[in-house]
Design a protein around this ligand. Structure first.
Ligand SMILES: Nc1ncnc2c1ncn2[C@@H]1O[C@H](COP(=O)(O)OP(=O)(O)OP(=O)(O)O)[C@@H](O)[C@H]1O
Length: 585
């Protein structure tokens, strides 16, 4: 599956707007009641606006021309009541649709975020966090803006246009037809221009995503930026994407604002037609002054909402471009599907790689790998940098699936385990452990749901009984030690210690340590070694290490390099293999 969202957008640029709209409307299907109420409000509002000019024209011909001014008072009162109804209906529809828009925003953000939680590593390897943030924050808001501010105006405008059109044609067919001719040109102009408007808006949203990704990258790497004094480097990169964003925004602005002046021109031409043709008809006695006044108002009522539609149409195109970007995420599926469980798992090795091939992209990283790991034993993976150790460990933890072949856990294809079962069985301490802002206690509880209701005392007892007490005592405030966002308030070694406690407390059947002690002093490293020795006898350990002293107690050593995983025999053999590799490279 292709997980690159930006590449996908290019391939699917021609998605039909109406299909996309259909899918979006499904998301607010449960708001049917509110939508209907808002619709009633907008229809009432439209009727008020449409009948006003008719009543005024009628009053002029019947009471002003004949000088019966008492009737004007009655009509004035009716008009006032209608305008008040207009106020109430306009307020109601704004309030109702504001709610619908905000709830849609809420639902969309939840849906995208839950989808992001389901997607596999490959998705995150292919997309920048900043771009994803922009989709969750910015693109969803574009849709909210359309629904809460524009949709009802949109529908209201269409009703007003239809109503005014009917009045125009029914008052005088010839004059009505002449008045509507400019509208046909407007329709044609809109149809031709819309796809381009949507494209320019999509390019602008993509560029906003790129801008957000750039900011995120430079903020994440601020230490390197400062240490190398390369602020100018990121400044230049930022300026480049900012400039691109500025240009795409200008283009989108130009596209969005092109409708309005053109529509205004057509509306003015229509007024000219009404005036000149209308005066001609009065001179021939076919038309009255009152009717012409009403007629001018209806022509305005027809063309003003059309002009408003121009602005709303641009908002609609922006919202649809945003929705395209969001729906690409929502339609993504994880490629790590769960296979139906087979009944009889053949008992045997705890872990087995059977004819495994793996590549991230086109370059093969692991080629036809076969090995077994037994329960309760300790295995070491060694090899040169970039040799494929972390990749092998990632396949054991099913962060990825092999392109070919099978990884078996406890005799069963690893794909048959549910994500919960698998993560209960396998503990993984990553090269760069990630901590959440909060306390050590909260970080330890992450992934250890069964300990959630433990009191601090009970948790401390457990920590002592699993021999982790000495590690915890290295932190001044124990379990309550504060960890700030992304764990920058503590050292890398301390992070590894917390990740170590988190993994050991889960009592996994397989514990993978990927360079897990690389940043820890020798005394503490020995302490961790002692704790590992005291893990249940059935725990299988897979240790990835560059420092050979950390693996001297391993039962078996695998040498991972150039797509192969080979048994290294003794520690001396492993060292010889490493040296040979160094010399030949
Ligand atoms: N997400 C990824 N996308 C594309 N290629 C990757 C990715 N992760 C790793 N690789 C490539 O796969 C190869 C093996 O990487 P891996 O991290 O497994 O090596 P390693 O032996 O663990 O290295 P180290 O000792 O430096 O941690 C490397 O050439 C690396 O460039």
């Amino acid at each position: 599956m292709n997980y690159d969202l930006n590449q996908l957008s290019e391939q699917q640029e021609k998605t039909s707007t109406y299909k996309a709209l259909g899918r979006l409307l499904k998301l607010i299907a449960h708001e049917r009641g509110n939508l209907m109420l808002a619709m009633v409000a907008i229809i009432l509002n439209t009727c008020v606006n449409l009948f006003g000019p008719f009543l005024i024209g009628h009053a002029i011909d019947k009471y002003v021309v004949t000088k019966q001014f008492h009737g004007l008072l009655v009509f004035g009162s009716i008009l006032l009541a209608m305008y008040l109804l207009g106020l109430v209906t306009a307020y109601s529809q704004t309030k109702l649709m504001g709610g619908v828009g905000q709830r849609l925003l809420f639902t969309l953000r939840n849906a995208i975020f839950s989808k992001l939680q389901e997607l596999p590593m490959a998705f995150f390897n292919n997309n920048k966090a900043g771009d994803l943030i922009s989709r969750v924050n910015n693109d969803t808001d574009k849709i909210n803006q359309f629904f809460s501010q524009s949709l009802m105006q949109f529908i209201g405008s269409i009703f007003t246009i239809l109503g005014a059109g009917i009045f125009l044609l029914s008052i005088n067919l010839k004059l009505g037809a002449a008045t509507l001719v400019p509208a046909v040109f407007m329709l044609f102009f809109t149809m031709v221009l819309s796809p381009w408007v949507k494209r320019t808006n999509a390019a602008n949203l993509k560029s906003t995503g790129g801008l957000s990704a750039e900011i995120q990258e430079s903020l994440n790497n601020f230490k390197v930026v400062i240490a190398f004094n390369r602020r100018d480097y990121f400044r230049e990169r930022f300026q480049a994407v900012n400039l691109d964003n500025y240009k795409t925004a200008l283009r989108a602005g130009l596209a969005n604002n092109l409708f309005m002046p053109v529509y205004t021109l057509f509306a003015n031409i229509a007024q000219l037609v009404v005036l000149s043709y209308g005066i001609y008809l009065i001179s021939t006695g076919e038309f009255s002054v009152g009717l012409l006044v009403s007629y001018l108002a209806y022509a305005t009522n027809f063309y003003n909402p059309l002009r408003q539609l121009a602005a709303l149409w641009a908002n609609f195109q922006v919202a649809m471009a945003g929705w395209d970007r969001i729906s690409h995420i929502l339609t993504m599926e994880t490629n790590l599907v769960e296979l139906p469980a087979t009944k009889n798992a053949a008992a045997g090795s705890l872990l087995e790689f059977r004819n495994v091939h793996f590549s991230y992209d086109s370059r093969e990283i692991l080629h036809n790998i076969n090995f077994k790991m037994e329960r309760g034993k300790t295995y070491a993976l060694i090899g040169p940098t970039g040799g494929g150790k972390t990749t092998t460990a990632s396949l054991i933890a099913r962060l990825y699936d092999p392109k070919e072949g099978t990884v078996l856990l406890d005799g069963k294809d690893i794909r048959e385990y549910s994500a919960e079962e698998r993560s209960r069985k396998i503990g993984f301490i990553l090269q760069e452990p990630f901590l959440f802002s909060g306390t050590i206690r909260e970080n330890i509880l992450y992934g250890n749901e069964h300990l959630k209701d433990y009191s601090s005392e009970k948790l401390e007892q457990l920590i002592q009984s699993t021999n982790l007490g000495e590690i915890l005592s290295l932190f001044e405030d124990g379990l309550e030690t504060k960890v700030t966002a992304s764990g920058d308030s503590i050292s890398l070694g301390q992070k590894q210690l917390i990740a170590f406690m988190r993994a050991v407390l889960r009592s996994p059947e397989v514990l993978i340590l990927d360079e897990a002690t690389a940043n820890i002093d020798t005394v503490t490293e020995k302490l961790l070694g002692d704790i590992l020795k005291q893990l249940p006898e059935t725990t299988t350990q897979v240790i990835i290490a560059h420092r050979l002293n950390t693996i001297e107690n391993a039962d078996e050593i695998f040498f991972v390099n150039s797509g192969e995983v080979n048994r290294a025999g003794s520690l001396d053999d492993a060292l010889a293999m490493l040296l040979k590799d160094k010399r030949s490279s």
